[in-house]
Each structure stands twice: as C-alpha cells, then as structure tokens.
Design a protein around this ligand. Structure first.
Ligand SMILES: Nc1nc2c(c(=O)[nH]1)N[C@H]1C(S)=C(S)[C@@H](COP(=O)(O)O)O[C@H]1N2
Ligand SMILES: [Mo]
Length: 403
C-alpha cells in the first residue's frame, strides 16, 4: 500500500477512535506484519493501543515487554507488532493535521519556529537502522542473578528492539530554526500526559541532550520499518537517538527547547543516573550510552530434550561498537566456544547468532552467552549495582531443564 494511503488510513482511525479512548483498536486498523498475532489471546496494558498477544508480550504496568523467544525465526528488524512499549503514562492519539513541532529557547538566534507535519516531511529524509533499548532492560537480573534489590519496571531482557527509522535529521531542523553558536543543550518534550509518580507531578516527559549529539546522528523519525510510526511508538513524530538509552528517544515530540545554558529535568537528575553504594551521593553523571548484551531466544526455564541436537539462537548488541564475537557456555561458564553470527555486525544494530547444542544428561542447566564488541568491551560476570537497576550488562545465566 502506498505510504500516503496508509497515512490517510491512520487519520481516519484516529478520528474514529477519538470518542472512545480506551476501546481496543480494531485488529485491521493498521497494516501489520505477522497477522497471526491477532489470533493469540491479547492481554491489556492501560493506555497501549496495539494488540498485545501473550505470545509476543508480557504486560508490566503501563508497559509491554517483548518476549525474546518470539524473536526466534524473525529477521534482523523487530516488527512493530512485537516491539516493546515503554509508556510513562498512556499513548496519545494525535492527528498529524493537528500536530506541529515548536523549536524555541535562548539557544536560537531568533524567536520560536514552528514546523508542520507536511513541512517536516518535505525536508530531506534519511533512513537508518538503530537498536532502541530501555536503560532498565535486564533490571530483574540484578535481583534474580545477583541478589540485589532494584526499583523500576520489572523487565527481563525484552525491553529492546531494532527498527529502520526514517525521518529528518534533527541537525537540519535546528539549523533551519536558527541554532545559535552559544547553544549547549536541546530538550525535546513529549505530548503525552504529565508523569505523576508517588504524588509528584514531574511534568511532560523530556530530557536534555548535548548539542554535539543533537547535531550528530539524531533523527526526528516519522516512519518505522517503512510504515508511518504506530501510535504507541510516537506517531506522528518521535526522536531517535542512536546508541543512547531509550529515554532519550522522546515519543510524540511536540517541542524542543534549545538553550545556551545547561538544562535539567527529572529524567536526567532523579532518574537515569546511577545511585547506590558504588556511586557518589548525588548520583553519577546522567546516563548517555547504552551498554552491551546478548540474549537467547528461548523462554527462561524452557525444557529441552537430552540426546538431541538443538539449534540455540539469539541476538547480541553493543551501543559502543559493532559486535565482534559471541561466546557460549553450556556448562555454567567453565568452557566457552564461539557461536556463528548470522548478520554482518554494524554499529547501532544487533546480530542474530546460532549454535548447535546437544545436552547429554538430564537435569537443570545454565546457558551463558557473552558478547564482545570491536571496541574491546566484553560482558562482565557481574554488573555494578545501582538502586534503579540501569544498564545491566553482565553475562546472563539462562536456566533450562534437560529431560
Ligand atoms: N513522550 C515520551 N517519550 C518516551 C517515553 C514516554 O513515556 N513518553 N518513554 C521513553 C522510554 S523510557 C523508552 S525506553 C522509549 C521506548 O520506546 P518504545 O515505546 O517505542 O519502545 O521511549 C522513550 N520515550
Ligand atoms: Mo526506558
């Protein structure tokens, strides 16, 4: 279907659902890959628009975690119907005709500049593949594997996905808006409802970004995997900040403050810093880059037959550099062997990997995988604890039962 036609379909859907904000979206409202998902029993998360079949998702509060085993057999990109959703509140349904982006602040040479949707789409576009991962992905492993308490959404390993994003360079928009030489930070802000937690209103989701990063590889994206962005992933326009923690990639962006002095928001002061015994009392510097991980496309606690050769599959990624190698241990970490990489490793992308495994004897077993990237980073045996459970990077001990 032609993209223009898809866009008008989205408009109609937005209009027809506006009167019933909590009604589930009809299964045929958006073109989706993997239509078989609609036949699985859907679960519900308050405020997420797309269907969340249990075969693909685990609902955690206002969020939906992708099941890593549901990635098995799929391509290098994560289709929107399996892509995790991290919502501080609820997905707003915004009509592109009502949408505009305002760029404003002391870091501009002139006054505020507004960009309409059509105007943004008429600017030169770029397309790039980038992994998007929540800083808290793998958080529960701090507890289950290291015995340490953490606060936040109880993600296992599925708060990550890779997509092909198309949009406009943030650089081009900032230059058109009259970026001044004195600008130091920009702060995109979402149009979703203010985030209220434990009685504190933190305002709309927003987080500052240094001008250097904003001018480098950041996109204002309007397409995900060749389709208009789905509502849950930021339609009509979201920020995509390659290699940085997910919170930097503000969805439903409505305005961007450009400042000649440093900016702050709760998302770079009380959240998304390291706090705890290993860190300064005021917390670490605000987190920027993601880390490296690997995961197996098998449920935790899966049962596998003894005496048969299985093909273990998974994915590995690093926000620092392309993946160099992935090693597998099937004996709890005593011996290691390299797995085969199925994709050419590239910056900001993940690689699929595969390895044969023939378990000999029945009983509980642990499968370990360890990513090493071209910058020489390797997953450690233990992650450094922080109270909010960010950037878990340790080798995961994936439990299975051999029968
Ligand atoms: N406006 C807005 N942007 C947001 C968020 C949000 O709640 N509101 N969540 C952030 C977080 S914490 C993550 S990990 C990513 C998740 O993107 P996704 O839901 O498209 O997977 O969006 C980020 N952008
Ligand atoms: Mo996140």
């Amino acid at each position: 279907m032609h993209p223009a036609r898809r866009r008008s379909l989205l408009k109609l859907t937005a209009a027809s659902l506006a009167a019933a904000p909590l009604a589930p979206r009809p299964a045929d409202a958006l073109p989706r890959a993997g239509a078989e998902a609609a036949t699985a029993v859907p679960t519900a998360a308050p405020g997420i628009v797309k269907p969340l079949p249990t075969a693909y998702f685990t609902v955690r509060g206002t969020n939906a975690e992708s099941r890593f085993d549901a990635f098995r057999g799929t391509g290098p990109l994560t289709s929107a119907d399996r892509f995790f959703v991290r919502n501080h509140t609820t997905t707003p349904r915004i009509d592109e005709r009502d949408w505009s982006l305002t760029v404003w602040g002391s870091g501009l040479d002139g006054g505020p500049v507004r960009f309409g949707y059509g105007e943004l789409r008429s600017l030169p576009s770029v397309t790039r593949t980038a992994v998007l991962e929540c800083a808290g992905n793998g958080r529960t492993l701090f507890t289950t594997q290291q015995g340490q308490p953490v606060s936040g959404t109880s993600w296992t390993l599925g708060a990550v996905g890779a997509a092909r994003w198309r949009g406009v360079r943030l650089r081009d928009v900032l230059l058109r808006a009259g970026l001044s030489a004195a600008a130091v930070e920009v702060m995109p802000r979402g149009l979703d409802a203010p985030f209220v937690s434990e009685g504190v209103d933190h305002g709309r989701v927003r987080r500052p970004l240094p001008v250097a990063k904003a001018l480098d590889d950041v996109l204002l994206a309007y397409e995900m995997n060749g389709e208009p962005l789905p509502y849950d992933h930021g339609y009509p326009v979201r920020v995509v900040v390659p290699s940085w923690i997910g919170i930097a990639s503000i969805k439903w962006v409505g305005d961007i403050e450009v400042s000649d002095t440093p900016l702050s928001s709760p998302w770079n002061t009380r959240f998304y810093r390291f706090f705890g015994d290993a860190h300064p009392p005021e917390g670490s510097a605000p987190l920027t880059r993601q880390t490296l991980k690997s995961a197996i496309e098998l449920p935790f606690g899966a049962t596998v037959a003894a005496g048969t050769t299985h093909r273990l599959t998974g994915r590995a990624w690093s926000a620092h550099a392309p993946v160099e190698r992935v090693d597998l241990s099937t004996d709890g970490g005593v011996s290691w062997r390299p797995v085969s990489l199925c994709d050419t490793p590239r910056r900001d992308e993940w690689v699929r990997w595969s390895a044969p495994w023939c378990p000999r004897s029945a009983g509980p077993a642990e499968l370990l995988t360890r990513t090493t990237d071209r910058a020489g980073n390797t997953q450690p045996a233990r992650a450094v604890h922080n109270t909010q459970g960010y950037l878990f990077d340790a080798v995961v001990r994936h439990p299975v039962t051999v029968e």
